[in-house]
Design a protein around this ligand. Structure first.
Ligand code: ATP
Ligand code: MG
Length: 614
């Protein structure tokens, strides 16, 4: 599977037409809100009348099944993670799809842990998976399920296959069995153990279960067709011996079912109607159906439908690779804000809505493709723009002294909390003689289009006054350490405008500033397809600047009450959230995204013109 993934990724270099997707976004987004909030109790007929949205191909299948009365018109999906790692943004897509379908068609969605491999699974992962799904705003039906709950039933079905002459115990090592599978155009080699009697197979399988054999000494195989053009039908292994402790069943079992043997049967036990999985399982579908053929008795039957997995540019998504980054301490754990895990995105400052909107926007495809990570970044910008309160924080401070401003005076200047949401109200910001501005907002010898501060030049301080730079103070090394400026008392924001200047800067009063730490996160990889290079390891493409820590930033005092997980816009800089590393006296902010996409190559001569935002 890993191979397949890599190949798929390599072959695909579909850069998404952002503009096209954006233009459809608003109408899709509106539909989603309609769907989740208004459609819960509506039936299919009124649903299709009310929202004239276009259906994705899975919704079309589901609606067709409902129309035909298949499975009595029920819709029951499941999300089946293997608890061997933390969930990532690809899983979020699958969660939104499975839970979203259930919401839309008044159905149910189970959470099922696919815990058939005791070697890699851990309780920590189970808990994180539950937390992530709840955080995204979904609730599974009843208690979480576990494939391991069905081990007894699966074992009985395996014995039933043996009884029917449809399974046999093979004594050959796994490597030999693999070598005998042949190729798609060359039939496989029949195992010398294929024609064991039912009695002998039953006895050997029971002995396997009782622990009589070592790992790998025997396997149980389905007896299907060694010359099938579909390699998965060439007598696949369905049980293997593993003397391993299982996180739920303990030491009860030393044989474990393979994924293919557990999955469809678990769907059947849970009365799942639509079993959605990613495209690599398309070739497993005949096997899924073959196992069902052996056990289905009534008219109910689950159906497997495949969709394209989410691939994101500049991102690795395989759990194996993410685990490697964690184990080698290249990142600080699964929830490092640079990780594409749901817990990492949460810590980075992504909101559940931004992820759900993103999943909605990218839609459901039948062919593999690569989504530009800029679209995910756009989704969080878009969401936070509506809700995040604006504050002024200076990341790299440069002191400004207003020589004509009284020493002891403090003015409380009024400013809006969020121009996108007037209901968010106003606040006051203290203004004093000594201030900090951003070091980058001053240039001693500026180019023509630099509309910020320079010797003899004027700028407006946001929500305050126009100031003029009169003198530049330097240290012995020639570095600028302070600007002496004058302010114009006639130009207070809100008063009748007498004159305008081109640049507006954010600032913080030195007297009232909070010292805070800011972690500037950026993309973890600087290559669009880090895992897609044939002879190079994905770790060669790590972005050395993916984290910059600034210890001595100056924040306006209103931020003192910020709590972990709160979201803010630091004006002119970007969106930030409070990191759980924060303490009462030491706030740590993580940059979620800059205000603009800095990865778009800006022409060198544009000189970073800032909007003159008052
Ligand atoms: P990985 O390849 O990252 O190790 P996986 O497929 O082994 O993922 P599972 O825990 O088995 O991970 O996945 C649970 C569900 O999430 C499955 O239904 C799987 O198809 C789906 N899923 C996993 N990765 C993606 C993805 N990138 N896009 C969409 N769905 C995904
Ligand atoms: Mg899997």
């Amino acid at each position: 599977m890993a191979n397949f993934e890599r190949k798929a990724f390599r072959n695909l270099l579909t850069l998404n037409l952002l503009s096209c997707i954006f233009s459809c976004y608003f109408c899709r987004h509106k539909n989603r809100l309609n769907n989740t909030h208004n459609m819960k109790t509506s039936n299919l007929a009124s649903h299709t009348e009310k929202t004239k949205e276009s259906l994705n191909f899975i919704e079309s299948i589901v609606e067709e099944d409902i129309r035909k009365g298949k499975n009595k018109g029920r819709v029951h999906t499941r999300f089946p993670p293997e608890p061997n790692g933390y969930l990532h943004i690809g899983h979020a897509k699958s969660i939104c799809l499975n839970f979203g379908l259930a919401e839309k068609y008044n159905g149910k969605c189970n959470l099922r842990f696919d815990d058939t491999n005791p070697v890699k699974e851990e309780e920590e992962y189970v808990e994180s998976i539950k937390e992530d799904i709840r955080w995204l705003g979904f609730q599974w039906e009843g208690e979480p399920r576990y494939a391991s709950d069905y081990f007894e039933q699966l074992y009985e079905w395996a014995e039933m296959l043996i009884q029917k002459g449809l399974a046999y115990v093979d004594d050959q090592p796994a490597a030999v069995i693999a070598a005998q599978r042949g190729t798609p155009i060359r039939p496989g080699i029949v195992s010398p153990y294929r024609n064991r009697s039912v009695e002998e197979n039953l006895q050997l399988f029971r002995e396997m279960k009782e622990g009589k054999y070592q790992d790998g000494e025997k396997v149980l195989r389905a007896k299907i067709d060694m010359s099938s053009p579909n390699m998965h039908m060439r007598d696949p292994i369905i049980y293997r011996i593993l003397h391993e402790h299982h996180h739920r069943t303990g030491d009860k079992w030393c044989i474990y079912p393979m994924y293919d043997f557990a999955h469809g049967q678990s769907d059947y036990i849970e009365k799942i109607t639509h079993s959605l999985c990613t495209l690599e399982f398309e070739v497993h579908r005949p096997l899924y159906d073959w196992f069902l053929d052996q056990i289905v008795t009534g008219s109910y039957r689950p159906r497997q439908i495949e969709f394209a997995r989410l691939n994101l540019s500049y991102t690795v998504m395989s759990k194996r690779k993410l685990l490697e980054l964690v184990e080698k301490k290249i990142v600080n754990g699964w929830d490092d804000p640079r990780m594409p895990t749901i817990s990492g995105l949460r810590r980075r400052g992504y909101t559940p809505d931004s992820i759900r909107n993103f999943a909605d926007r990218i839609g459901v495809a039948k062919r593999d493709n690569v989504i530009d990570v800029a679209l995910l970044e756009h989704a969080v910008r878009d969401d936070l723009n509506k809700t995040a309160l604006r504050y002024m924080v200076v990341l790299k401070p440069l002191k400004v002294t207003l020589t004509n401003y009284p020493e002891e005076k403090t003015e409380q200047l009024e400013t809006t909390n969020n121009p996108e949401d007037l209901g968010a109200g106003n606040r006051t910001v203290p203004f004093t003689r000594e201030l900090y501005i951003e070091r980058d907002d001053f240039m001693e010898d500026p180019p023509k289009k630099f509309f910020r501060l320079a010797p003899g030049r004027e700028v407006r301080l946001k929500s305050a006054y126009i100031i003029k730079c009169e003198e530049v103070v330097k240290n012995d090394c020639g570095e600028v350490i302070e600007l002496k400026c004058t302010y114009d008392p006639e130009t207070r924001s809100g008063s009748v405008a007498t004159r305008k200047v081109k640049g507006t800067l954010h600032w913080v009063s030195a007297k009232y500033a909070l010292n805070v730490e800011v972690r500037l996160y950026d993309r973890l990889f600087n290559d669009p397809d880090p895992a897609g290079h044939k002879d190079k390891d994905f770790k060669e493409f790590l972005n050395p600047n993916s984290l910059e820590i600034l210890e001595n930033c100056k924040a306006e005092p209103a931020l003192a009450t910020a709590k972990t997980g709160d979201h803010f816009q630091f004006q002119r800089i970007g969106y930030f959230t409070v990191d759980p590393d924060s303490t009462k006296n030491h706030l740590v902010f993580n940059r979620t995204v800059p205000l603009r996409n800095t990865w778009v190559r800006i022409s060198k001569n544009s000189n970073n013109q800032y909007q003159n935002s008052k």
